[in-house]
Design a protein around this ligand. Structure first.
Ligand SMILES: Cc1cc2nc3c(=O)[nH]c(=O)nc-3n(C[C@H](O)[C@H](O)[C@H](O)COP(=O)(O)OP(=O)(O)OC[C@H]3O[C@@H](n4cnc5c(N)ncnc54)[C@H](O)[C@@H]3O)c2cc1C
Length: 386
C-alpha cells in the first residue's frame, strides 16, 4: 500500500524571491506551508536580477504594487542580514536633453501627488552628485527612497525564516504538475494542499499551460571594485522617446553601485530568445549605451556577464490571484523586471486573500482573470526599467 500524500494548507512551487516571500507570509499567517524548489533557493531570475527596489509610475496599478512593496522592504530592512546588502542610494532618472527633463518634471509632479519624495536636479547638481556622468546632460529626477538589495541572499533568508516558523523546504525537487489540490514531483511523489501557488517565474507555464507569461531575456555585467565611481542607481529617461515595443530587442542605460564597490551594468530586453547564452552584439550595445553616459566606464574591468529571464505578461502587470479554471490553484508570477521590488506585496496580497483580510491595495488589477475578459486587457502606458 503506497503512503498517503503529505498534506499542507499551501504548497508554493518555486523558491525564487516571490515563492520565498509567499512561503514566509503564509507561515506567519499560521498556515502549514511547503516550498518546493527544483534547484537552489533564489537561483532563477532572482539571482540574475539587479535588485533595484524602485517605485514605478507606468500605471496606477503598477505604482500601487511597487510603492506598497517598497514600504514592506523598508519595514523588513532592520531584520535583513548584512549579506542582503540593503541600501537606499535613491534612483537618478537622468535627462539627456530638455525633452527628457520635461518628462522628469512630469514624473516629479506625479510622484509628489502620491506622497513619494523626489527632487529635480539641475545639470550642475547632477554633475556634482555624479561626476563620472558625461558633461552636458540636462538634469535628473532624484527619487530618494528607492533602494538596492542582493536578491538571492534575501530569497534564502525569507525561506529560512519560513522554515524556522515551521514551513517545509523541499529543495532539489522539481514539480511536474500542479492542479486540483495536488502537486506531483519529478520522482513521482505527490503532495496535497488546499491551495497550490505557482511561483515558478518564467517557468510558470510549464505547470500552468496557457497563462500569458513569456520569457524576456536580459543581460547584466559586473565590474571589478571601484568604490565611489557612482553613488546612485542611474537610469536613463531616454527610452521614453522611442516606441515601447514589446517585440524588438532593446538596451537602456541602467547602472547600480554595489556595496562591494562593484558596478552592476544593465540592461537589455529580448523576446523570443530562450537560449541563456550571452548575445555578444546585444551585450556590446548595452555596454556602449552605458559608456555613452559614463565615458570612464570604458576603462573599467568587467568581471562577469550573465543572462536571466523575466516573466513577462502582455500588460506588464503580474498575475497574482486565483487561476481561473482550478479553485485550488493560485498564481504569483509575471513580475517581468520588477519582481524583486514587488515580491513582498505579492506575498501580502495572497496572504490577505487566504485569510480573508482586507488587502492594503486593491488586488483587482493583478488578478489572472483579467485575461479571460478581453475588455479588461487594455494595457496602460508602457515604460520599463531593468
Ligand atoms: C537582467 C534582469 C534584471 C532585473 N532587474 C530587476 C531589478 O532591478 N528590480 C526588480 O525588482 N526586478 C528585477 N528583475 C526581475 C526580477 O529578477 C524577477 O521579476 C524576480 O526575480 C522574479 O522572481 P520569481 O521568484 O518570480 O522567479 P524566479 O527567481 O525565476 O524563481 C522561480 C523559481 O522556480 C524554480 N523552478 C522552475 N521550475 C521549477 C519546477 N518545475 N519545480 C520546482 N521549481 C522550479 C526555479 O529554479 C526558480 O528558483 C530583473 C530581471 C532580470 C532578468
Amino acid at each position: 500500500m503506497s503512503a498517503a500524500p503529505a498534506c499542507y494548507d499551501v504548497l508554493v512551487a518555486g523558491g525564487g524571491i516571490v515563492g520565498a516571500a509567499c512561503a514566509l507570509a503564509f507561515t506567519q499567517a499560521g498556515m502549514k506551508v511547503a516550498l518546493v524548489e527544483r534547484e537552489m533557493l533564489g537561483s532563477g531570475a532572482t539571482a540574475a536580477g539587479m535588485g533595484h527596489i524602485v517605485v514605478m509610475d507606468d500605471s496606477e496599478a503598477q505604482f500601487a504594487l511597487t510603492r506598497r512593496s517598497q514600504q514592506l522592504w523598508q519595514a523588513l530592512q532592520p531584520n535583513l542580514p548584512p549579506g542582503a546588502e540593503y541600501e537606499s542610494p535613491g534612483t537618478l532618472w537622468v535627462a539627456e536633453d530638455e525633452e527628457e527633463l520635461a518628462e522628469a518634471k512630469r514624473k516629479h509632479a506625479w510622484l509628489t501627488c502620491r506622497g513619494v519624495v523626489s527632487r529635480i536636479l539641475s545639470a550642475r547638481e547632477l554633475a556634482r552628485l555624479e561626476p563620472n556622468l558625461r558633461p552636458g546632460l540636462a538634469g535628473a529626477l532624484l527619487v530618494s527612497e528607492d533602494a538596492v538589495v542582493y536578491p538571492p541572499l534575501v530569497a534564502l533568508h525569507l525561506a529560512r525564516q519560513a522554515q524556522s516558523l515551521g514551513a517545509s523546504l523541499l529543495i532539489g525537487r522539481a514539480v511536474t504538475s500542479l492542479a486540483h489540490g495536488e502537486a506531483t514531483l519529478e520522482d513521482g511523489s505527490r503532495l496535497r494542499a488546499s491551495r497550490l501557488v505557482n511561483a515558478l517565474g518564467a517557468e510558470a507555464p510549464s505547470c500552468t499551460p496557457g497563462i500569458p507569461v513569456k520569457k524576456r531575456k536580459g543581460h547584466l555585467a559586473i565590474t571589478d571594485r571601484y568604490p565611489g565611481f557612482v553613488s546612485h542607481q542611474l537610469v536613463e529617461l531616454g527610452y521614453l522617446k522611442s516606441a515601447h515595443s514589446v517585440t524588438a530587442d532593446s538596451v537602456a542605460f541602467n547602472v547600480q553601485p554595489r556595496q562591494t564597490g562593484q558596478i552592476l551594468i544593465g540592461s537589455s530586453r529580448q523576446y523570443g530568445n530562450t537560449n541563456s547564452e550571452v548575445d555578444q552584439p546585444l551585450l556590446t550595445a548595452m555596454l556602449d549605451r552605458a559608456t555613452l553616459y559614463l565615458p570612464a566606464l570604458a576603462a573599467l574591468n568587467v568581471l562577469r556577464v550573465w543572462t536571466g529571464f523575466r516573466a513577462a505578461t502582455p500588460d506588464k502587470l503580474p498575475l497574482i490571484g486565483p487561476a481561473v479554471a482550478d479553485p485550488t490553484l493560485w498564481l504569483a508570477t509575471g513580475h517581468e523586471g520588477l519582481g524583486i521590488t514587488t515580491a513582498l506585496a505579492t506575498a501580502e496580497l495572497l496572504a490577505c486573500a487566504f485569510t480573508a483580510k482586507e488587502p492594503p491595495i486593491p488586488p483587482q488589477p493583478y488578478l489572472p482573470s483579467r485575461y479571460v475578459s478581453a475588455s479588461t486587457q487594455a494595457p496602460a502606458r508602457q515604460q520599463e526599467k531593468a
